[in-house]
Design a protein around this ligand. Structure first.
Ligand code: ASP
Length: 595
């Protein structure tokens, strides 16, 4: 039977009690973590979001009725207890912040009983994630998830404080919008009032934040929910949160400067990590050349070497064929891995194939300097010697080569580099390496669509020095776009925006939009740009991913209160789900069988 808490007031959270409260009378309320009856004396661990306090129920301190209640306690009962804080009679528990004290109960109320939970509420749960997500409200009681969500809240508060101090205004932008797909697929919401018409949920507040700059708000930010209907990967969520910002009368360095100080503050004040400023910068071209990736993990080396010129004239068809097709041959040196077994090397080859490689060529240099190579018989001794030299190969090293189109070579070697770093334990989660990647290409060629698409988005400003290439060689134009990388993860990105209509028109033309098509989709922005536009630029962080890295989690679901799973469904609410025929009729929607 549930009792009322009338007349009792919580004085402390459980783990906020300490030796400094000795002999004080206090009241705590929370969930029973566990209860042990040792004959006449009952030990209860009581939990709230702050942690755990040990409570002692002994007949001599309680009314008979209250002692009977204490005897009934089971895991996850919600209770209120008044008692006195005393030094532990038994040995202190070094694993608890309250390990030196205990609460001697004088009064108890059972506020709510609990069925046996489907899994234990404990740190490092061994329970399968599906079951935990079905009962997410119980999973959220676990201390590790609570820690993450508390940190998430702290970061949001710090971000708000910092940006407000820097003159940013927090302004909300609409969730029900016009569909302007360019990038990912939109989530659509049917309109009842306008049958046959649909709203789209925002993929980002991009256009609105630019309009706010046109309207003179100067500095905007928002912690914004965004929605993208993409084929889900393990670390993606259909709805996610951005820390989104935009600034007027600024260029790249201004955006970077504010954001470096923001990161420094947030990392220092939540996890005590010093971010050294200025954060290193690297151009996209350099990042690709050295790491094969536009979001390199710079916690370790193992950089790519371009050995195309050394093997150009060898007799190994795999190499020369790739070069003849306009590709390249590049390699990485897995230091100290020369003794790797054949089986493990075969597994690396299979791994590389998963990233598009047809195979992987290798040279194993044994500790005594003897060489085993998958292509030794096709190249001269001199070529082999030069190749090893170029790769900085020493006794005990394993050299791995990919030969293909550049894109494939980069994809394969960058993935392999991360995979090997994992195997070789070259990365640790206590190191935070930040990097700005700049000068991204403005466009990328889409094979699927047979046209250029914007690498960032269509409102990104080309670099002034490349403007003359827009017509002749659009693929070579670099953008005033930048990403902020942390340990090989893109945590944010942004750009300077186009604020001149002639450049914007040219941009749409290059993206294959007619003037009508551009106006049809983005007319409100293009029209706004006729009325005085400040130069502006901005950036958005993926808030979930940022918190995941700060919390040293591998799984983004562990930093989101109510996440969806890979197929975009919610195991707790069963969303998405069918709706009543009446609801559909009201919306003028008839379902077709999509099989
Ligand atoms: N809206 C962009 C994005 O979501 C970020 C930006 O350019 O500010 O990636």
């Amino acid at each position: 039977m549930a009792e009322s808490m009338k007349g009792m007031h919580r004085t402390h959270r459980c783990a906020h009690l300490s030796l400094s409260n000795l002999h004080e009378q206090v009241t705590v309320m929370g969930w029973v973590q566990k209860s042990r009856n040792k004959g006449g004396i009952i030990f209860v661990d009581l939990r709230d979001r702050s942690g755990i306090i040990q409570i002692i129920f002994e007949g001599k301190n309680l009314s008979g009725e209250d002692f009977l209640k204490a005897e009934r306690l089971r895991s996850e009962y919600v209770i209120a207890v008044t008692g006195t804080v005393e030094k532990r009679a038994g040995a202190a528990n070094p694993n608890l912040s309250t390990g030196e004290i205990e609460l001697i109960a004088g009064q108890i109320r059972i506020l709510s009983e609990s069925e046996t939970p489907p899994f234990p509420i404990e740190e490092d749960s061994k329970t399968k994630e599906e079951l935990r997500l079905k009962y997410r409200y119980l999973d959220l009681r676990r201390p590790d998830i609570q820690k993450n969500l508390i940190m998430r809240s702290q970061v949001a508060t710090l971000v708000r404080q910092f940006l407000a101090d820097e003159g940013f205004l927090e302004i909300e932008t609409p969730i029900l919008n016009k569909s302007t797909p360019e990038g990912a697929r939109d989530y659509l919401v049917p309109s009842r009032v306008h049958p046959g018409n649909f709203y789209a949920l925002p993929q980002s507040p991009q256009l609105f934040k630019q309009l706010l700059m046109v309207s003179g708000y100067d500095r905007y930010f928002q912690i914004a929910k965004c929605f993208r209907d993409e084929d889900l990967r393990a670390d993606r969520q259909p709805e996610f949160t951005q820390i989104d910002m935009e600034m007027s009368f600024v260029d790249i360095d201004d955006v970077i400067e504010v954001n470096e100080r923001l990161l420094q503050k947030v990392f220092k004040e939540t996890i005590g990590v010093d971010v050294k400023l200025p954060i290193k910068r690297m151009t996209y071209a350099e990042a690709m050349e050295r790491f094969g990736s536009d979001k390199p993990d710079t916690r370790f080396g193992m950089e790519l070497n371009n050995v195309t010129n050394i093997v150009r004239d060898c007799n190994f068809g795999v190499f020369t064929g790739a070069i003849a097709d306009g590709g390249s041959v590049r390699g990485i040196n897995a230091k100290g891995q020369g003794g790797m077994s054949r089986k493990k090397i075969d597994a690396l080859v299979e791994y590389a194939k998963g990233y598009g490689a047809k195979g992987l060529a290798y040279i194993q240099i044994a500790d005594d300097g003897s060489i085993k190579s998958s292509f030794a018989k096709f190249i001269s001794e001199e070529e082999m010697h030069r190749l090893i030299g170029a790769m900085d190969g020493e006794n005990g090293d394993l050299l791995l080569f990919a030969a293909d189109k550049n894109k494939v070579v980069f994809d394969v070697l960058s993935a392999l580099r991360l995979h090997l770093a994992d195997m070789m334990e070259l990365t640790d989660k206590d190191t935070y390496e930040f990097l700005w990647v700049t000068e991204f290409p403005l466009f990328e060629w889409s094979e699927e669509q047979g046209r250029y698409v914007a690498m960032h988005h269509p409102f990104t400003m080309p670099m002034e020095e490349d403007l003359h290439l827009l017509d002749k060689e659009p693929g070579k134009v670099r953008a005033k776009a930048y990403d902020i990388i942390l340990n090989g993860n893109e945590i944010g990105g942004g750009s300077v925006r186009i604020h001149q209509d002639d450049v914007q028109e040219k941009m749409f033309e290059k993206l294959g939009f007619s003037k009508e098509a551009a106006y049809d989709r983005f007319g409100f922005l293009l029209n706004a740009f006729k009325y005085g536009v400040p130069p502006h630029a901005g950036l958005a962080y993926g808030f979930d991913r940022l918190i995941m890295l700060m919390a040293k989690e591998d799984n983004i679901r562990n930093v989101i209160a109510f996440p969806k799973i890979k197929d975009a469904s919610c195991l707790m609410t069963d969303a998405p789900n069918v709706v009543d025929d009446a609801q559909l009729e009201e919306l003028g929607i008839e379902l077709i069988n999509k099989e």
